[in-house]
Design a protein around this ligand. Sequence first.
Ligand code: MG
Length: 193
Amino acid sequence: MSHPTTGHAAAIMFPNDKENHWSEDGELRVAFDGDGVLFSDESEIVFKKKGLEAYIKNENDSEDIPLGEGPLRCFLEALVNMEKKFHAKGLYRNCPVQTFLVTSRDPVISGTRVLKTLKSWGLELTQAFFLSGRPKGPPLSMIQPHIFFDDQKPHIDGALKLGVISAHVAYGIGYETYKGACKEGVLTNLGDK
Ligand SMILES: [Mg+2]
């Protein structure tokens, strides 16, 4: 796979069968997973190959080193630039374009590097949810995004059950692990970072 920043942002979109009325409120809300979507999968590689302890040490040691760019980073930038234009007109809380980070990372253990990376990129999302491994359903139900991007199919499947139009980013070790697990008929140990 080529480096994500040299190509076009792409994902496999899944429609949902549930009817919702989220598109009728005049806003565009887009929700992104972090690792393997906005960011590269470099931290997730450490987690999946070396375990949680090595992952935590890596994130602490690399706190001031921005994460690499993921496949959807450029799309986020385009949306944030639209947000900034509305902000310049005084539209903040009622900005018609809103962006959300919904990550399984822990805010204390591994969230700092994410926030510092976004700051280094000059990209500020509307809101960020650090779930510490908890399910993504509750924040997605609250956000009611018009589309949600994640690199791990189990999260996509969960979002679809809520009626969220979701797009699977087929990139990185999370995606590769899922493919391998499918081949073996095992869907365990797929914790997303
Ligand atoms: Mg991910």
